[in-house]
Design a binder for this molecule. Structure first.
Ligand SMILES: Nc1nc2c(ncn2[C@@H]2O[C@H](COP(=O)(O)OP(=O)(O)O)[C@@H](O)[C@H]2O)c(=O)[nH]1
Ligand SMILES: [Mg+2]
Length: 316
């Protein structure tokens, strides 16, 4: 292996925050050597527990993550936090808010926080998040928390790579449980009703229970519901308790590996698709796809034969 990469990985695993930050940037931007780095670092990963937290903007995800980080730091765990928030580039507020709020941890080497760029993510947002998480994992973090806005397929894909998925709901805001994306409801291992200091928390809980009575999970787990007031730290020990309970369930039922295999099955397909596409793009010169598109649009060429030929490498 490239001795430079070896040294880099050693620094990163020894807790060097700059080496870690550089590795994450290289992977995020697909800079030179990114795949070589990931290949070399992968064997060191697989030890961290990955917690995904999702919910609408303003639900209190960052505040909760902050409180959980504080809680787990007291237990002596080292923590990595990845904030994926597509609303940030528009408002510029969320990331800044996260930074400020998390600043009190910044002197604590046991917490590493990274906000992900969400637009123009090269390998796809979910995949890049997974790769960044692998690096944090290999750096020796015990717990990785991934905060993401639960709005699109990307977000569902991101939380899917977590070992434990927490879905955060809030009373009011017109976001009846029914209107929450079905995909998100299905992946919740634990529900948090945050802002329980507001009116309507009971109603949200009833709605979740009603939905639960309809849905059947194959793993015999009934997602726990925890009420929190993140700003005050209320319910945080209970949330940590629920997380522990789910972990015990995974262990008891031997589900952790099963879930991991499922995740990898999806990820491998995605990686393969990316690689094939990249290869095809490589084969086709610049502008060639545009040329073909014009020909197909004008019915001078049929797209089925064209694609077949590209896949078989019979075009250039
Ligand atoms: N009343 C109340 N406000 C909260 C609670 N948790 C968070 N907030 C506030 O809600 C706003 C959004 O929180 P934030 O953590 O940034 O939400 P995110 O967008 O989901 O990450 C902030 O002003 C928080 O102070 C809570 O439990 N009760
Ligand atoms: Mg946030």
């Amino acid at each position: 292996m490239n001795p430079e990469i070896q040294t880099w990985i050693e620094q990163l695993r020894a807790g060097d925050a700059r080496a870690l930050a550089r590795a994450i940037s290289v992977v995020e931007n697909h800079s030179v050597g990114w795949s070589e780095l990931l290949k070399a670092i992968f064997p060191y990963s697989g030890h961290a527990r990955i917690l995904g937290l999702t919910g609408q903007p303003g639900a209190g995800k960052s505040t909760l993550v902050d409180q959980l980080a504080r809680y787990y730091r007291k237990e002596g765990l080292s923590i990595g936090i990845i904030a994926v928030d597509p609303t940030s580039p528009y408002t510029g507020g969320a990331i800044l808010g996260d930074r400020i709020r998390m600043q009190e941890h910044s002197s604590d080497a046991g917490i590493y926080i990274r906000s992900m760029a969400t637009r123009g993510s090269l390998g796809g947002l979910a995949r890049t998040t997974a790769d960044v998480s692998t690096i944090l994992d290999a750096s020796g973090r015990d717990l990785i928390m991934i905060e993401t806005v639960g709005v699109g397929q990307d977000e569902v894909d991101i939380v899917r790579l977590a070992d434990i998925t927490v879905v955060i709901l809030v009373p009011g805001m017109g976001d009846d449980v029914q209107t929450i994306k079905a995909g998100i409801m299905e992946i919740a291992d634990i529900f948090v009703i945050n802002k329980s200091d507001r009116e309507g928390a009971e109603r949200v809980e009833r709605e979740i229970r009603a939905l639960q009575s309809l849905a059947v999970r194959t793993d015999k787990w009934t997602p726990l519901i925890v009420k929190t007031v993140a700003t005050e730290g209320t319910g945080i020990p209970e949330l940590a308790g629920a997380i522990r309970e789910y972990e015990n369930h995974l262990q008891r039922e031997n589900l952790a590996l099963k879930r991991n295999i499922q995740n990898w099955q999806a990820r491998l397909v995605e990686m393969l698709r990316d690689a094939m596409l990249e290869k095809a793009r490589h084969q086709l010169g610049d502008g060639e796809m545009a040329q073909y598109a014009a020909e197909v649009a004008e019915h001078k060429r049929d797209p089925y034969t064209l694609i077949e030929e590209i896949v078989q490498g019979r075009r250039h």
